[in-house]
Design a protein around this ligand. Structure first.
Ligand code: FE2
Length: 419
C-alpha cells in the first residue's frame, strides 16, 4: 500500500489510542480527506487498504513549541559552553546577523520533514522578530504556505530580545502581526526591568485584541523565584475573559516558587483557562545552572497543573540550536522526558503525557476537527505499539503517517537478528 494519491483508504484492525485493551479492534474508512466511518469490520468499496493488524492508531502528534528559525544551527558560530539560556541568546544574536530567507526556509523544512516522518502534523513555531529585516518571520510565513498541504504550521511573532530593549522592537512586533503571524509572543522575564516586563505583557494583550490573534508568551523561563510575570498574564486573562486563547510557555520559575505563593497563584490561575506548555528536554538542561546541590529540575509544575485541570502540552523547543544541541523531533522523546522529570510515572500520568503531545497540544493551537472522529479531517498515525504507555516506554517508529487523507510517509521498524 503506497499509492499516495488515493481518494479512499481503509485501515483494517486498528487499536485506537484511547481504547481499552478489551475493546474490539476497528476499521477506519477515509474518503475525500475525511474520516468517513469507524467501526469493527467495515465493508465498503475502497481504492486501497492498509493492514494495521492491531497496532496503535492515534491522532498525529502536535509540536506546540519549537523555534524553527534557529533549528540545525548548533555550534554556529560557537558552542554554548555555559549551557544557559542567556549564553544561547547571545550566540543566536550573532548567528542571526547573517540569516537569509533561504537559510531559514531550508533548515525549517528539513526539520518539518523530520517531524512529519515521526508523526507530527501540527506545529507552532516561534519566529524571532527582534531584527530589522524580520527575515526569520518572513521565511517561516513562506514555509507555512509551502507546506500547508501536508503539515499545519502556526507562527508566533516572538520578540526574542524583548519588546522594550531596543527602540524599534515594539514596532517590529506589530509589523510581524500585519505580515500575518498567527500568534503574539513575548519574553517579559528578559525585559530590562520588572516594569518593562509588566508593560510588555499588557502590550501583548492589546496587540492580540487589536489583531485578533492568539497569545503565547515565554513566561518566567528562569530559576529566579522572584520572576512573577505569570501572575500578570493571569490578571490580564481574567480581565479579558480570554484565557483559552492564551498560553504561558516554560513557566519554569514556578518550580522555584515557595508553596505559599504557588498555592495563591494557582487560585488566580483557576479563574482563567490559560494553556501551559512545558519543554522538559531543554529545561532540564538549561535550568539549575547556577545551583550547586541540591540542584533544581527547572521544569514547571506539570503534574500539579494537570491535576488542577489545566490544559498542559509539551514541546521540543529546540532541535540542535544555541540552546539545545540535541533533539530529534520525536514527540515521544519529549513525553518520555516529562514522565521522568515531572515524576508522572503512574499509568494515568504516563497516558496523560501522551495526551500532552496530542490532544492537549491541539487544544492549545485551537485546532479544529482534530482527533479520530467521523467527519474530522483524516490526519492520523500508525505506531508500532500496543498502547500509549507502550509507545512512551519504547518510543517505536511511526509506521505510517496519513495527512489530510493521504498516505504521506511510511517507515519500517528496524529488524534485529541474533546469530
Ligand atoms: Fe521557546
Amino acid at each position: 500500500m503506497s499509492d499516495a494519491s488515493s481518494d479512499s483508504l481503509l485501515l483494517r484492525q486498528c487499536r485506537l489510542a484511547h481504547q481499552s485493551a478489551d475493546d474490539p479492534l476497528v476499521d477506519i474508512a477515509i474518503e475525500a480527506g475525511r474520516i468517513a466511518a469507524i467501526a469493527p469490520h467495515l465493508d465498503r468499496p475502497t481504492e486501497h487498504t492498509l493492514a494495521v493488524n492491531g497496532q496503535l492508531v492515534s491522532p498525529p502528534f502536535v509540536e506546540s513549541h519549537i523555534h524553527l528559525d534557529s533549528v540545525l544551527t548548533a555550534g554556529q558560530p560557537r558552542w554554548n559552553q555555559s549551557g544557559t539560556l542567556f549564553e544561547g541568546i547571545d550566540i543566536w544574536r550573532d548567528r542571526k546577523q547573517n540569516l537569509s530567507l533561504e537559510d531559514v526556509k531550508t533548515r525549517a523544512i528539513t526539520a518539518l520533514k523530520l517531524q512529519a516522518q515521526q508523526g507530527v502534523l501540527f506545529v507552532r513555531s516561534h519566529a524571532d522578530v527582534s531584527e530589522a529585516s524580520l527575515t526569520a518571520l518572513k521565511a517561516l510565513l513562506e514555509v507555512r504556505e509551502a507546506v500547508k498541504d501536508w503539515i499545519t504550521l502556526q507562527v508566533v511573532a516572538f520578540p526574542q530580545d524583548g519588546i522594550y530593549s531596543h527602540p524599534d522592537n515594539e514596532a517590529r512586533l506589530e509589523e510581524a502581526l500585519k505580515l500575518g503571524a498567527d500568534v503574539v509572543g513575548g519574553i517579559p522575564h528578559y525585559e530590562l526591568t520588572r516594569e518593562d516586563g509588566v508593560r510588555s505583557v499588557h502590550r501583548i494583550f492589546d496587540l492580540a485584541e487589536r489583531y485578533d490573534r492568539l497569545i503565547d508568551i515565554h513566561c518566567d523561563e528562569i530559576d529566579d523565584d522572584q520572576s512573577r510575570f505569570l501572575e500578570v498574564v493571569a490578571a490580564c486573562a481574567i480581565r479579558c475573559s480570554c484565557g483559552s486563547r492564551v498560553t504561558a510557555s516554560h513557566t519554569t520559575a514556578m518550580g522555584s516558587y515557595n508553596n505559599a505563593y504557588a498555592f495563591k497563584l494557582m487560585g488566580f490561575l483557576q479563574r482563567t483557562s490559560i494553556n501551559f506548555i512545558a519543554n522538559p528536554l531543554i529545561n532540564i538542561t538549561l535550568q539549575g545552572r547556577t545551583d550547586t546541590y541540591p540542584k533544581r529540575r527547572g521544569v514547571t509544575r506539570v503534574k500539579e497543573l494537570w491535576q488542577s485541570g489545566f490544559n498542559v502540552s509539551l514541546g521540543h523547543d529546540c532541535i540542535q540550536d544555541p540552546w539545545y544541541s540535541l533533539g530529534t523531533g520525536n514527540m515521544l522523546d519529549v513525553a518520555s522526558m516529562a514522565v521522568h522529570v515531572c515524576q508522572m510515572t503512574g499509568l494515568e500520568e504516563i497516558n496523560a503525557c501522551y495526551d500532552m503531545v496530542t490532544h492537549h497540544g491541539a487544544r492549545t493551537l485551537h485546532l479544529k476537527d482534530y482527533g479520530l472522529e467521523v467527519g474530522n479531517a483524516a490526519n492520523l498515525i500508525v505506531l508500532d505499539a500496543a498502547d500509549r504507555y507502550d509507545a512512551i516506554r519504547r518510543r517505536p517508529v511511526v509506521k505510517a503517517v496519513i495527512s489530510q487523507g493521504r498516505l504521506l510517509v511510511e517507515t519500517e521498524p528496524a529488524q534485529t537478528q541474533w546469530h
